[in-house]
Design a protein around this ligand. Structure first.
Ligand SMILES: [Ca+2]
Ligand SMILES: [Ca+2]
Length: 286
């Protein structure tokens, strides 16, 4: 997904160095051999030996983190389960990452607020002025700017959004972590075997309440926009972080689809103008 330096929906989900990583970051290893058959992972995950049990709450923000084991996983389009892949999701391939941990939930407004109180995070531009304009493909959606959560009473447990990559990056550094690479984000979201969604391959209708996306509630307010037919998560804009436990990834990460998108470390383009933003958000259909 392409994203500029400031978008309406963005948040960081963070990776911390694994306790057993010897201080080495979970950098991507060399891409593995392409699978002989698309969609076939053949991946075996080996859990690295560790000297102490993982801590579940890590960093200056004290957020709960989930552990993602190192090893190969299927990244990108899995044509055996998904016929609607975008061009930038192809070709699907096996990649390997080192073990890492990632926050279980999106960063909340309250958590970002503690970083701002510590003067390690900037609040610049987080509250759009009342006359701000926002459009997608030439269509005005300025009313969506009210979904920016910073500074609105009662939204302390909503996800931090409307922030730049630099602001997300600064938050992660304050917490003693960093943004995930795109490969780490994807493995945390779908596991090793190329799932279509974090919870598996079942589509939204039939999977239960699994994510906050453009649903029937969204469609009633935005009748000209595309939305999931027959799926109603009951949230028009953002939901409190972690509201959809049924949508957990194989490692327990929440809201990896929907609510707000997550910034990653990676550049989207060779010109280094855009960073990769993943996961979709409350105004994206499936
Ligand atoms: Ca929704
Ligand atoms: Ca999300």
């Amino acid at each position: 997904m392409r994203a500029g330096q400031r978008v309406v929906v963005a948040v960081c989900v963070m990776a911390a160095y694994a306790a057993n990583a010897g201080g080495q970051g979970p950098a991507l290893s060399q891409p593995a051999e392409r699978a002989g058959e698309k969609g076939k992972t053949g991946a075996t995950v080996k859990r690295a030996a560790r000297e102490e049990p993982p801590k579940s709450r890590i960093g200056a923000d004290g957020k709960e983190m989930v552990e993602v084991p190192g090893g190969e996983f299927w990244m990108g389009c899995n044509e055996t389960t998904d016929t609607e892949c975008n061009a930038d999701e192809k070709p699907g391939r096996l990649l390997s990452v080192e073990a890492f941990r990632i926050d279980r939930t999106e960063v909340s407004v309250a958590e970002y607020g503690r970083c701002a109180d510590a003067e390690a995070c900037s609040s610049d531009g987080l509250t759009p002025p009342g006359d701000s304009k926002f459009a997608i493909n030439g269509v005005d959606h300025s009313d969506w700017l009210q979904a920016c959560n910073w500074g609105t009473a009662g939204r302390e447990n909503r996800p931090m959004n409307c922030l730049s990559w630099q602001q997300a990056n600064a938050y992660c550094h304050w917490a003693g972590k960093r943004l995930p690479t795109e490969a780490e984000w994807e493995k945390a979201a779908r596991g090793i075997a190329g799932r279509k969604y974090p919870w598996g391959n079942r589509d939204f209708v039939g999977a239960g309440l699994v994510a906050n996306i453009a649903d029937e509630t969204f469609k009633r307010k935005n009748p000209n926009m595309e939305a999931a037919k027959g799926y109603d998560d009951a949230f028009l804009e953002t939901a409190p972080v972690g509201s959809f436990p049924a949508g957990a990834s194989p490692y327990g990460a929440l809201d990896m689809i929907g609510n707000v998108s997550e910034w990653t470390l990676d550049w989207y383009d060779v010109e280094h103008q855009y960073r990769v933003l993943r996961g979709g958000c409350w105004h994206n259909p499936p």
